[in-house]
Write a protein that binds this ligand. Structure first.
Ligand code: G3P
Length: 226
């Protein structure tokens, strides 16, 4: 049986290698993998880079955050409509590095749905996954904060919590898919996550801080496609 088509969301965060002109170049190099292999790749980039990247890229672009403001006197906040206008097709919500209260998660998912943005809500554990599943985002990304940026992956350290997250989500909805992230560095991490029922991974340093990000991405998916 063919392995399901994986989804790999690459969080560019705000590394010096992943902003400005370097961000567009990086997306273009990753795009070659997206276009030639059986994999969905999405780049979650700095708000200031969305427009620049969307202009040159076929890879879908997501915002890393947006604020619950409407058009008007709101200096410095990220207007959801601007994110759409700039060319983003989705948004990360409640990333471990940019957490928001539960009622803000709910309203942001609602707002994003109205704007037809794909929603990825990040959670730290199965209890949070259960709470967020009620809002039926497109994806819930389980990312244990203590493993983010490290070398021990979520699929090695917490496989049972991945299963638990999926169970909790399925008790509430079949509309929301699970992603997993934190410390994802190898094809095996992707494979284990998918075997446990995840649709794919949310990854940052394993790809964007690699010497050759496109080569790493290709090595993960070439096997799956083989
Ligand atoms: O959003 C992805 C992230 O928080 C995981 O980071 O560097 O452990 O892949 P990293």
């Amino acid at each position: 049986m063919k392995t399901p088509r994986p989804l790999i969301i690459i969080n560019f965060k705000a590394y010096s290698e992943t902003t400005g002109a370097k961000a567009s170049a990086l997306v273009k190099s990753l795009e070659a993998v997206y276009l030639n292999y059986r994999v969905d790749v999405i780049a979650a980039v700095q708000t200031a880079d969305i427009y620049r990247i969307a202009q040159v890229s076929k890879t879908p672009v997501f915002a890393q955050h947006m604020d619950l403001i409407g058009p008007g006197a709101n200096t410095g906040f990220i207007l959801p409509e601007s994110v759409v206008d700039a060319g983003a097709s989705g948004v990360l919500i409640n990333h471990a590095e940019h957490q928001v209260p539960m009622d803000t998660i709910e309203k942001t998912v609602e707002r994003a749905k109205k704007l037809k943005l794909t929603t990825v809500v990040c959670v730290a554990d199965a209890a949070q996954a259960k709470a967020v599943a009620v809002f039926e985002p497109d994806y819930i990304a389980f990312e244990p904060p203590e493993l983010i940026g490290g070398d021990i992956s979520v699929s090695t350290a917490k496989p049972e919590v991945i299963t638990e997250c999926l169970k909790k989500i399925r008790l509430t909805t079949i509309k929301t898919e699970l992603l997993v992230g934190a410390g994802v560095k190898t094809r095996k991490d992707l494979e284990i996550s998918m075997r446990l029922g995840a649709k794919g991974v949310l990854v940052a340093s394993g790809i964007v801080c690699a010497k050759n990000p496109a080569e790493v991405l290709m090595s993960w998916v070439a096997e799956i496609n083989g």
